[in-house]
Design a protein around this ligand. Structure first.
Ligand code: NZQ
Ligand code: ZN
Length: 376
C-alpha cells in the first residue's frame, strides 16, 4: 500500500480546555469569533470563549445555519475584509466549522469563492483557523474538508484543501450535555457511516486499517447499546473520541473508499433539508443491498468482527437495527419528500459529474435510482 498522511491539527482534549486557546492564537491577532444559532449561549461555552479571548481584539459573527450557506458566509467574508480580521475562531458543530473553512479561504480570494465548491479553483491560501467543537459527528474539527450549500440553486457541494486544516481543535466533552437525543443520534450515525465509507469496500492488505475501523465501529455499536447512559460524561467523551477518529483521514489512507452514501445523502439534504446523519441512514442500507456483490467480503468481515455473526446479508440488517435503536428512520417517506425525489437526486448528481461513484466507480445513476426506490 502507499499513502501520504499529514494531519497538522493540534488537539486539546478534555475538561476545561477551552481556556487553552490563548496559547495558540497569536497575541496581536484580530479575531472573528463565529458561531451558529445560539446554543453556545445556553451551555456556558460562550462565556468561556469570551473569557479566553479577553486580551484580544474580537468581533463576533453569529447565525451560521445547519448546512451552512455561501449566502450567510459571504457576509462574514465582507466583515473579514473590511475589518482586517486575521484569525478565525469557529465555535460549533460541523456546520460552523465547515462554514469557517470556506470563510478562511474565501477571505483571501479575489473571485467568487463558490469556485472552490464547483471545483473550478483551489484555495492557494487561507486565514488561520481555530476550532472549539460542540457537536461530535463530522470530524471536521481535524480534517481539511468543507461542505457548503448554495440556497439559490439548491446545491450542497464540498471542497478539500490542506490550507483549511484547523490549526487547533478543542474537544471538551462537557459541552455535549446540552445536545438533545436527535443531535446525539445523528452524530453517532454520521461517525458510523464515515467509518463504513472507508471500510465496507473490498478487501485490502492492511490489518491495521481494518482493525482500527473495526474498533471505531464496535465502539459506536457499544454506545448505541448503552443509549440509556447517553447523559453521562463517559458516554459523551467516547462519542467525541470515536467521531474524531472516524474522519481525521487516517483510516482511509491507502485503502479503497466509497463515499457514495454521502454523495447521494448530500443531494437529499440540498432538496429536502434532511439532517445530514438521517440522509445517510436512509441511503446506506439500500446501497449495501444494491452493491452487495461488490461488498460482500467486507460485509462478512464486519459481521464477524463487529456484530459477532457469520452472515454478510445479516450485517446490513444489523446496521439498520442500529439506526432504528437510536430512533433514526431509514425510510425516505418519513422525511417529507415528494414524488420528484428520484429525478431531483439523479439529475443533481449528473449535473455535479457524479455519474459513476463508489470504490469501483460503478454506482451509476440507474443504481442510484434503484437505491432510492428501495428506500422509499
Ligand atoms: O447553531 P447552533 O445554535 O449551535 O445549534 C446547532 C445546530 O442547530 C446544534 N448544536 C451544536 N452544538 C450544540 C448544539 N445544540 C446544543 N448543544 C450543543 N453543544 O446542533 C445543530 C446541528 O449542528 P450542525 O453543526 O449542523 O451539525 P453537524 O456537526 O452534524 O454538522 C453537519 C454539517 O457538516 C457536514 C454536513 O454535510 C452538514 O452540513 N459534514 C461535514 C464533513 C466534513 N467537513 O468533514 C463531513 C460530513 O460527512 C458532513 O458532510
Ligand atoms: Zn458525514
Amino acid at each position: 500500500m502507499t499513502y501520504t498522511y499529514h494531519n497538522p491539527t493540534l488537539i486539546e482534549f478534555g475538561k476545561q480546555k477551552i481556556e487553552s486557546i490563548s496559547t495558540y492564537i497569536p497575541k496581536n491577532a484580530k479575531v472573528l469569533f463565529v458561531y451558529g444559532g445560539g446554543s453556545i449561549k445556553k451551555n456556558g461555552v460562550y462565556e468561556q470563549v469570551v473569557k479566553a479571548l479577553e486580551n484580544y481584539e474580537v468581533l463576533e459573527f453569529s447565525g451560521v445555519e445547519p448546512n451552512p450557506t455561501v449566502e450567510t458566509m459571504n457576509k462574514a467574508v465582507k466583515i473579514v475584509k473590511e475589518k482586517n480580521i486575521n484569525f478565525i475562531l469557529a465555535v460549533g458543530g460541523g456546520s460552523v466549522i465547515d462554514g469557517c473553512k470556506y470563510l478562511a479561504a474565501a477571505s483571501l480570494y479575489e473571485g467568487d469563492a463558490w469556485d472552490f465548491l464547483d471545483g473550478s479553483a483551489q484555495p492557494t491560501e487561507a486565514l488561520p483557523l481555530g476550532v472549539i467543537l460542540t457537536l461530535p459527528a463530522t470530524g471536521s474539527e481535524s480534517n481539511c474538508g468543507s461542505v457548503v450549500s448554495r440556497k439559490t440553486t439548491n446545491e450542497k457541494r464540498f471542497f478539500f484543501s490542506p490550507k483549511v486544516f484547523p490549526m487547533f481543535a478543542v474537544l471538551d466533552p462537557s459541552v455535549m450535555s446540552s445536545l438533545n437525543d436527535r443531535q446525539l443520534a445523528n452524530g453517532l450515525v454520521d461517525a458510523f457511516v464515515h467509518t463504513c465509507e472507508q471500510y465496507i469496500t473490498y478487501p485490502n492488505e492492511s490489518l491495521l486499517h481494518d482493525g482500527y475501523s473495526e474498533t471505531i465501529l464496535k465502539g459506536l455499536v457499544s454506545l448505541a447499546n448503552n443509549w440509556d447512559k447517553r447523559d453521562t460524561y463517559n458516554w459523551q467523551e467516547n462519542l467525541m473520541l470515536l467521531a474524531n477518529q472516524a474522519l481525521n483521514g487516517f483510516i482511509g489512507s491507502g485503502v479503497p473508499q466509497d463515499w457514495a452514501t454521502h454523495m447521494i445523502g448530500h443531494e437529499l439534504t440540498a432538496f429536502y433539508g434532511l439532517d445530514h446523519g438521517r440522509s445517510l441512514a436512509v441511503v446506506q442500507p439500500q446501497l449495501l443491498r444494491v452493491m452487495f456483490e461488490d461488498k460482500k467480503e467486507k460485509l462478512l468481515q464486519m459481521g464477524q468482527n463487529v456484530f459477532n455473526i457469520n452472515d454478510a446479508q445479516k450485517s446490513i440488517e444489523k446496521i439498520e437495527e442500529l439506526y432504528h435503536s437510536l430512533g433514526v428512520s431509514t425510510n425516505l417517506s418519513d422525511y417529507g419528500i415528494d414524488d420528484k425525489v428520484v429525478t431531483n437526486v439523479t439529475s443533481a448528481l449528473e449535473k455535479h459529474g457524479m455519474t459513476a461513484i463508489g470504490e469501483n466507480q460503478n454506482i451509476t445513476l440507474d443504481k442510484v435510482e434503484k437505491i432510492l426506490n428501495l428506500a422509499i
